[in-house]
Design a binder for this molecule. Sequence first.
Ligand code: ADP
Ligand code: ZN
Length: 527
Amino acid sequence: LAERPTTSGRSPEAVLHEVFGYESFRPLQGEVIHEVVRGGDALVLMPTGGGKSLCYQVPALVRSGTAIVISPLIALMQDQVAALRELGVRAAFLNSTMDFEQARATEYALSTGELDLLYCAPERLIQPRTLELLHGASISLFAIDEAHCVSQWGHDFRSDYLQLAVLASEFPEVPRIALTATADERTRKEIAERLSLTEARHFISSFDRPNIQYRIAPKTNANKQLLDFIKAEHEGDCGIVYCLSRNKVDATAKMLMQNGYTALPYHAGLPAADRANHQERFLREDGVIIVATIAFGMGIDKPDVRFVAHLDLPKSLEAYYQETGRAGRDGKPSTAWMVYGLQDVIKLRQMLEASQGNDHFKRIERQKLDAMLGLCEVTRCRRQVLLNYFGDKLDNPCGNCDTCLVPPETWDGTVAVQKALSCVFRTGQRFGVTYLIDVLRGSENERVLQFGHHQVSTYGIGTELSVNEWKSVFRQLVANGYLRADPEGYGALQLTEQCRPLLKGQQTVKLRKDPVVKKSAGRSSGR
Ligand code: ADP
Ligand code: ZN
């Protein structure tokens, strides 16, 4: 690498030391940079915090001309440009926040070769005017950040990204590097195809975050569980608590405040000034807990987040990985903690069915949610399951997740499952989990009597399990695809094809014993 002559006269190592002040490249950075410096295309998959920016910032300073960085996140763009300028790098951006005069000055600097890097929003870049401007300038490389935005099946799809393929045809001689932190193999292929990166070398770094301890437990009393967890393990630490809805964010922040913590809400419904203020305090002060919807976190680079807690289930493993990945960027021990329940699953399924996507989209989203649930209900190492999903391998159980630390007990759930499924069937597949449990446990509540379900054969045959134990059984049946929520979104549980062998007694089922259920039945230790 070092002997390759470049127009700027500096080697990548020299740039790393002299400009950025770093000792050495992180894993993969050196290889990626080498490829781009020599003029090749690259597709880079690195977890958040892995150091993607240097992969194009260093080549930008080694190759002659201006590097064009396409980024969809305006706030991030501005932060990066400010940080680069601090380091003496000639960086600027073009986006919708600037007025005409500012934009013109930046365009002028580009055409006269006074910029090392120019950050640009995708919708701006694809304007004919901008492309013309680029043709008149000397371009060292194109970096396409958040490249998964081209994926139509992803959460972050942006139609502007599709048009970035023009860069390949209009600037065939300029190397292009696409970067993302979230891409399974299908999305990777899609990125390569849609951005015409067919010749690009793929660089895929390990997704393992060994310092993060993964823990997932069924929800019993979420607020109490959260308080117990923070009190026992993260008193005074800085953390993020994720909730699905704005209301719950507000309520949870309040609850934490009442218990003596500095907890600040963050969601799209808050005034912009409050959001900015809360984010600022989270970044600057010690021991602040931010309670947020998933809107929070894009572009947040705080190294010492000690825990990420989920009070609701994320809708995919990609989301779970990205959100938990905000913990422990400094490499020190951190916890990814989550409680989840059947209601989460039903709510997410309802949101999904009510969303606008077509059937294909919904099917993929359903699969993603199932994979998320799969992680919750596994009886083996969670890290292995998680990494495997991203095409990464971990040969041995990690020893740093709850299933490794406290191997979950399983039990032969065949009979219970048969009872549960036949209860669903006997009551006409029209009822939700609470009602079904009432019938199974022989409750004399009014609705049951009203519907005459005290006369079905499954009435009162399930007294051997507690309400919480039945909830766990139903959850696992949903997670494993034996039951699904009704498509109309009423929360009724219905049988699937998969039930057949079970109902016929041709298959046995091992279920995960629900540790929290056991705890509520007597034990009260922290883990
Ligand atoms: P990503 O974009 O992949 O989320 P960043 O590019 O923002 O990650 O890098 C994450 C952090 O790691 C930043 O604070 C960055 O300065 C730091 N970093 C990146 N590469 C190196 C390196 N080679 N040596 C030391 N620190 C690095
Ligand atoms: Zn493990």
